[in-house]
Ligand binder design. Structure first.
Ligand SMILES: Cc1cc2nc3c(=O)[nH]c(=O)nc-3n(C[C@H](O)[C@H](O)[C@H](O)COP(=O)(O)OP(=O)(O)OC[C@H]3O[C@@H](n4cnc5c(N)ncnc54)[C@H](O)[C@@H]3O)c2cc1C
Length: 380
């Protein structure tokens, strides 16, 4: 029996590490890219020495003890806690909406209970009982003025659609607080790997039972795979099955990279842009993830990247699944076919057609290993 893992992101790397360490079996992991780590990959910018997250900012956060304990075997996390700012009308506010945002926006000095009462009155003005779309849902949660300033145009840019034409189900809740807590995430553990995501993945895949092959697309080696091999596939299911039932839809992102001759471009890791006249949704400035790396942090240059939402087409980065009725039904057909294909296990965010934060991808991989892969060793 041999194991082939397609895709070296968190899901595939976790499975590879577990097969090598727990089952003590040889395992090959391939990736069509020229690096391991999937979308969480980071690398040092040659000119500035700044570590850049190549597929957009990745902040690790979790409240799952098993995932925290597992990944802590391969890296030390810093104490970085994510804060997000947003520019609207030429002024900077804090996100998610909190008491700083509310007081700055309305020019008030509310206490928490004062802000709650004020927002309840704002919400009541629109009298929305059954929100029929994303706009109505958001207004029913935070009131129209805050929605129009911070949510409407940002959402329109993100989805390239009017929020009135988006289903209300996209937001079950809008994170907002009537206290001064500015943390973006509420999780117990947060940080970024002290020595970078590239080192974390290198450590996960360092076991001598693991062979890594890069620049290797599954399609190009499919015919060489022994018939008794188990293929653990973390790519797109529609591609795997030749698009026989149709193509799954995704949203994509485009990144524009710039190096500036300034020590500090924007004073923070992520600045969102709420207004329609600015075409990008966010600017990332990577040196702020590692203030402890004093040489690149204090150097006279900085690397930024502007993020633009984009319509996805084949060959582009698939970032966010479009989990509407059509795609959900289509995915179910591919998943059913995968389940009936001997020696095939479909997984990862692409294979599951789900948005997962990193910790959820690792938690799912650990679960699939325990419940589907480890039991195979009993039959060896
Ligand atoms: C813009 C953005 C920002 C994010 N920020 C955060 C964050 O701050 N915090 C957080 O917790 N999560 C974040 N995430 C989520 C995070 O990226 C995912 O949880 C993680 O990438 C899931 O890992 P994975 O292994 O399932 O998939 P991936 O990382 O996508 O890995 C899949 C791998 O499979 C390879 N592959 C696919 N098909 C083939 C093939 N046919 N042959 C060979 N190789 C193939 C791909 O090249 C890829 O390397 C973010 C996601 C996006 C889109």
């Amino acid at each position: 029996m041999s194991y082939l893992i397609v895709g070296s992101g968190f899901w595939g790397a976790t499975i590879a590490e577990r097969i090598a360490t727990v089952m003590k079996q040889p395992v090959t992991i391939i990736d069509k890219r020229d690096h391991i780590g999937g979308n969480c990959h980071s690398s040092l910018d040659e000119e500035t020495g700044i570590e850049c997250h190549r597929y957009g900012s990745h902040i690790f956060h979790t409240s799952i003890p098993q995932v925290w304990e597992y990944l802590s075997r391969f890296c030390e996390f810093t104490s970085y806690r994510h804060k997000v700012l947003i520019t609207h009308g030429g002024k900077v506010y804090a996100m998610p909406i909190n008491l700083f945002t509310i007081n700055a926006f309305y020019g008030k000095n509310f206490t928490p209970s004062g802000a709650e009462a004020f927002l309840a009155a704002e919400i009541a003005r629109d009298r929305i009982e059954q929100p029929a779309n994303l706009e109505e849902k958001a207004v029913s949660l935070i009131g129209r003025p805050l929605y129009e300033a911070f949510i409407r145009n940002y959402t329109r840019k993100q989805w390239e659609r009017d929020p009135k034409k988006l289903p209300s189900a996209i937001i079950s809740r809008l994170p907002f607080r009537t206290c001064y807590n500015m943390d973006y995430f509420n999780d117990t553990w947060q940080g970024v790997p002290r020595d970078g995501y590239f080192t974390l993945f290198k450590n996960m895949l360092a076991h001598p039972n693991i062979t890594v092959r890069l620049n290797c697309d599954y399609a190009s080696i499919r015919s060489e795979i022994p018939s008794d091999a188990t293929v653990i596939y973390t790519g797109m299911p529609d591609e795997l099955f030749g698009y026989k039932y149709g193509e799954l839809e995704w949203r994509s992102l485009r990144f524009e990279w710039e190096t500036h001759d300034v020590r500090d471009f924007q004073g923070t890791t992520v600045m969102n842009y709420a207004d329609p006249d600015v075409p990008w949704t966010r600017i990332h400035e990577f040196k702020h993830y590692h203030p402890e790396r004093t040489a690149p942090f204090n150097g006279g240059k900085t690397v930024i990247c502007r993020e633009y939402p984009a319509t996805w087409s084949r060959g582009e980065e698939a970032c966010y699944p479009v989990n509407d009725e059509r795609n959900t039904a289509l995915y179910a057909r591919y998943a059913a076919e995968a389940a009936q294909t001997p020696g095939l296990i479909l997984g990862g965010r692409l294979g599951a057609y789900r948005y997962w934060d990193m910790d959820k991808a690792v938690a799912d991989a650990l679960h699939v290993f325990e419940t589907r892969i480890l039991p195979m060793s009993a039959t060896l």
